[in-house]
Structure formats: structure tokens, C-alpha cells
Design a protein around this ligand. Structure first.
Ligand SMILES: Nc1ncnc2c1ncn2[C@@H]1O[C@H](COP(=O)(O)OP(=O)(O)OP(=O)(O)O)[C@@H](O)[C@H]1O
Length: 284
């Protein structure tokens, strides 16, 4: 196994009461990567996180995290290297931000002075004495994120970290995640937001009915699924579609020579288009 490989999943099958949830799942994640798991509701994203954090077993295949069998994460010493944010990462509503974080400091034996630092990281400096029930949804999610990274985990699992957040809060979370990633944190996240995947993931996998149908860096996927057409916008407002070939080049040359060209766009599909094409499904 490659030294820099943090997660390795090989041919994993998972069933619930005889019903298949994950089918021949294989992928690996390198240290320092942000890896996005994309799929519609029920495709197996949450189940995958549960398997990768040893909260659920599986029928066959193998999973290694930090080069060890995933079951070893039951050892708190190893689990300390991991941070998990899921749907049911609740907060104590009637306690302050500070009190909520103090409880986790106690749980993880982290000194209270880390709270100020982590609040700064998530852009909540000065909000520590607010009661959680008075916070906006976006702020609350940032408190949950603060709690998730309180013990400085090197590997983060985030289950739909921005679902149901407004665009400004989503952007804030993205910025925080990018900074964490630049500082060396490896991130595994699930999402059904293609835009999110394109913005923050180094690589993505498309999950459909428990099976990975395609994986790779977003940019490469878009280029390899491009239909190679180019759109020209002319100064008179007309749009023209030309091929990415000799004939197209001749046409573009002519348009430029005649000083008619306003702009050029290559027509790469979005990740959403590619997902729909390979799975025959929309993400929602
Ligand atoms: N504890 C369980 N018992 C039985 N079936 C389960 C259990 N957990 C998940 N499943 C089933 O496994 C499949 C995958 O569910 P999972 O929650 O992983 O999907 P998901 O991609 O995370 O969906 P969502 O985006 O809605 O959270 C679904 O068919 C679900 O009904």
C-alpha cells in the first residue's frame, strides 16, 4: 500500500437484511486530498461513511484507514485522528457555543484555550457566549464544524456539510474546508451538490445504487465527456456552434479576421450533465 494512501476500499459489499446497499465498492484516497462522493438520495453515501468510520460492518471486501484495518478505529487513540460530521451531529440547544465546545474539550482532553483558536478558524470569533438556539442555521453548522475539528483530526468525514444552507453560508464553509485542506487535512465529503464538488474536490466518485459508476478529477471528467463543440458569440449578438476541428478553426479564423467575434466558449458539460449521462438519473 502506498505510504500516502489514507483510505483504501477494495471490492466492498454491504447488505441490510439481505438488501444490497453497497455493491463492489473500490476507491482510494491519498493524504491531502479532498474526495467527493456524489450521489442521489439513497445511493449509499451515508452508509459508506459509517463503514469508513467503523460504525457499521460489511459482508465482504476490505477497508483500510491509515494503513490499518478499519475495525482498528474502535481504538480511541486511532479514532482521535478522525473527525466526523453527520446529519445527527447535534448541539446542546440551551447551552452557549462556548459551553458546547468545552464539553468536547473534556471528551477529547483538549485544553480550553483551543476554543478561541477554533472559533477563529470557522469565523465565529466573539460569538462564544451566544446560546445555540439563537444562532442562524449557517452559524450553527460552523459551530458543528468547529467541534468536528477541535481535536485537530488529520482526516475529516463530512456528510452533506452544506445541505440546506444558504449560498453565503455554503461559501463560508467551502472557504473553511479549503483552508483546512491547504493545511494538510484529508477530506472525504458526500454531497448531491455538483457545484460544491467542482469547487472543492480534487477527485469525485459518482455513486448510483451503491455502485461507483465513474471517478476522477472534476476537470478531467468534464474534458473527457466534452462533446468538443465551441460556441462563438458574435458582435451582432448571434451565437454560432462550431466543431473543435479543422473546419471549426477555419470558421473561427474567418470570424476573427472579419472583426465579428465577441467571445468564445468551449462547451464542457457540467458534472451534473455527466452524472445524468452515465447514470440516466438526475441528482435529485
Ligand atoms: N440501518 C439500515 N437498515 C436498513 N437499510 C438501511 C440502513 N441504512 C441504510 N439503509 C438503506 O441503504 C441504502 C443506502 O442508504 P444511505 O443512507 O447510505 O444513502 P444516502 O446516499 O446517504 O442517502 P441520503 O442522501 O438520503 O442520506 C438505502 O436503500 C437505505 O434504505
Amino acid at each position: 500500500m502506498d505510504m500516502s494512501e489514507i483510505i483504501n476500499v477494495s471490492n466492498v459489499h454491504k447488505e441490510f437484511d439481505g438488501k444490497r446497499a453497497l455493491d463492489d465498492l473500490s476507491f482510494s484516497i491519498q493524504s491531502g486530498e479532498t474526495f467527493g462522493f456524489l450521489g442521489p438520495s439513497g445511493s449509499g453515501k451515508t452508509t459508506t461513511i459509517k463503514l469508513l468510520t467503523a460504525q457499521e460492518g460489511y459482508q465482504s471486501g476490505s477497508i483500510q484507514v491509515f494503513g490499518r484495518a478499519v475495525e482498528d478505529l474502535k481504538d480511541p487513540k486511532l479514532m482521535r485522528r478522525v473527525g466526523v460530521l453527520t446529519d445527527n451531529s447535534g448541539l446542546y440547544e440551551r447551552l452557549t457555543v462556548n459551553a458546547n465546545l468545552q464539553l468536547y474539550c473534556q471528551l477529547y482532553s483538549v485544553p480550553y484555550k483551543r476554543i478561541e483558536e477554533v472559533l477563529h478558524e470557522v469565523g465565529l470569533t466573539g460569538e462564544e457566549s451566544k446560546v445555540v438556539s439563537k444562532l442562524s442555521k449557517g452559524m450553527r453548522q460552523r459551530v458543528i464544524l468547529a467541534r468536528t475539528i477541535l481535536h485537530k483530526p488529520e482526516l475529516l468525514f463530512l456528510d452533506e456539510p452544506t445541505s440546506a444552507l444558504d449560498p453565503v453560508s455554503t461559501e463560508r464553509i467551502h472557504r473553511i474546508l479549503r483552508t483546512l485542506n491547504e493545511e494538510g487535512t484529508t477530506i472525504f465529503l458526500t454531497t448531491h451538490d455538483m457545484y460544491e464538488a467542482e469547487r472543492i474536490c480534487d477527485r469525485v466518485a459518482f455513486l448510483n445504487k451503491g455502485h461507483i459508476q465513474l471517478q476522477g478529477p472534476p476537470r478531467e471528467l468534464r474534458v473527457s465527456h466534452s462533446n468538443s463543440s465551441i460556441t462563438l458569440l458574435l458582435k451582432d449578438g448571434r451565437e454560432q456552434l462550431v466543431g473543435n476541428d479543422h473546419e471549426g478553426a477555419e470558421h473561427i479564423r474567418e470570424v476573427i479576421a472579419n472583426q465579428q467575434l465577441a467571445s468564445v466558449h468551449s462547451n464542457e458539460p457540467s458534472l451534473g450533465d455527466i452524472f445524468a449521462r452515465v447514470t440516466g438519473k438526475e441528482l435529485f
